[in-house]
Design a protein around this ligand. Structure first.
Ligand code: MG
Length: 376
């Protein structure tokens, strides 16, 4: 089974308000189209993704290794056919077809849809209608409608690739969705459980609801790190990547950057991914004297790999000397350069311990750090 996803995003609809079609508007920090594409990118079992765009929008969306782009037609049916024709000749055996405006679809739901498709000719999510239904005319109820057997259809709808391609090639006229096209070709479509949160952005109010749903789905993690290095002979220390002249140096198997070590451990901690010692064992000679930016970059790359964005980082250096204050911004900039996190999300501050304890006696420097990671 090789499964592709076609995301239909060629519409020009402005019913949702704003100057741009809804797929290009920003909700909870990301464009609608990016939320939708990312959900499929994060879903195991999706081998490729085709985004169908309006020809005027091609410069708004950059294709990548896993996300290809093609142009759509004047109607939804024409756009879906365009996406299917794009995949013709590939090794794809199954396809999910999804409306870009359903931006709250969760990756786990996509995985479930693919799994149900393994044993069926076609699957489509839907919710039974539970409200009473009326006919109305001129603001007055003109009749009632039995809701028995009625469903609200959603996407992604899943099909055997060659069957839905043939169905679309043969279909004439417009259709609300691909189930209509499939049924016209005699394909049996199994109804699977829909999700009330899988809303389709249609009105301005839907953006507000989508934002609430997405925020509720966010995976927010916090990690802490703590490190100490003792003073020894030397003429400088390196703290958060910045070299400061000092009458002693810090001892350690690497460059002894106590601040960067604490921060790196905080990032690992947020992901429950161990600590520096696990990823860079001190017993391994290749890390002797290694510069700490290697550790920090590894932790931040691992976060990206796992789908996390570093939302904030806060380092506190604890020592009497050297004085940190006017170097703090250079340290923040260095940490920003290494992690690609914006500088206004990075804090470096310092405190003394009132001459108490080992830091107070000047025997070493301690550092603690907190990192917050967000995955949506
Ligand atoms: Mg250390």
């Amino acid at each position: 089974m090789r499964t592709a996803a076609i995301i239909v995003a060629a519409g020009r609809g402005t019913r949702a308000g704003g100057d741009l079609p809804k797929q290009w508007q920003v909700v909870a920090g990301k464009r609608v189209i990016d939320w939708t594409v990312d959900a499929f990118l994060n879903a195991a079992g999706i081998d490729s993704i085709v985004v169908v765009l309006h020809p005027d929008d091609l410069d708004r969306f950059a294709p990548t290794d896993r996300v290809e782009v093609t142009t759509g037609g004047a109607t939804r049916v024409a756009s879906v056919l365009s996406g299917l024709e794009f995949l013709d000749g590939s090794d794809v055996t199954h396809v999910l077809i999804h409306d870009v405006a359903r931006m709250c679809t969760q990756s786990a739901y996509i995985v479930y849809t693919v799994a149900t498709l393994e044993t069926r000719t076609a699957v489509a999510p839907a919710l039974p209608v539970t409200d009473a239904l009326w006919h109305g005319a001129d603001g007055t109820v003109s009749g009632t409608q039995d809701r028995t057997g009625l469903y609200r259809a959603q996407t992604p709808q899943g099909f055997v690739f060659k069957d839905i391609l043939a169905a679309h090639r043969a279909y004439q006229g417009d259709a609300a969705d691909d189930v209509e096209v499939a049924r016209a070709a005699g394909i049996e479509v199994t109804i699977i459980d829909g999700d009330e949160n899988n809303l389709k952005i249609t009105t301005p109010e839907d953006f507000v609801r989508a934002e609430k749903i997405l925020q509720g789905q966010m995976d927010i993690r916090t990690g802490s790190g703590y490190d100490v290095h003792r003073f020894g002979p030397g003429d400088h220390v390196v703290l958060c990547g910045v070299k400061l002249p000092h009458d002693r140096g810090l001892q350690g198997h690497s460059d002894a950057d106590v601040g960067m070590h604490a921060l790196t451990d905080a990032i690992y901690g947020a992901m429950a991914a161990g600590d520096i010692g696990r990823h860079f064992p001190p017993s391994d000679p290749q890390w002797k004297g290694a510069e700490s930016h290697i550790f920090l970059r590894h932790a931040s790359d691992l976060a990206t790999e796992k789908g996390f964005k570093i939302s904030s980082m806060d380092v506190t250096l604890i020592c009497e000397h050297p004085k940190i204050g006017h170097h703090a911004d250079a340290m923040r900039q260095t940490l920003s350069d290494i992690t690609s996190v914006e500088i206004d999300r990075i804090s470096v501050k310092a405190t003394t311990s009132e001459r108490l304890g080992f830091t107070g006696r000047g025997e070493g420097i301690a550092a603690q750090a907190i990192a917050t990671l967000v995955r949506s």
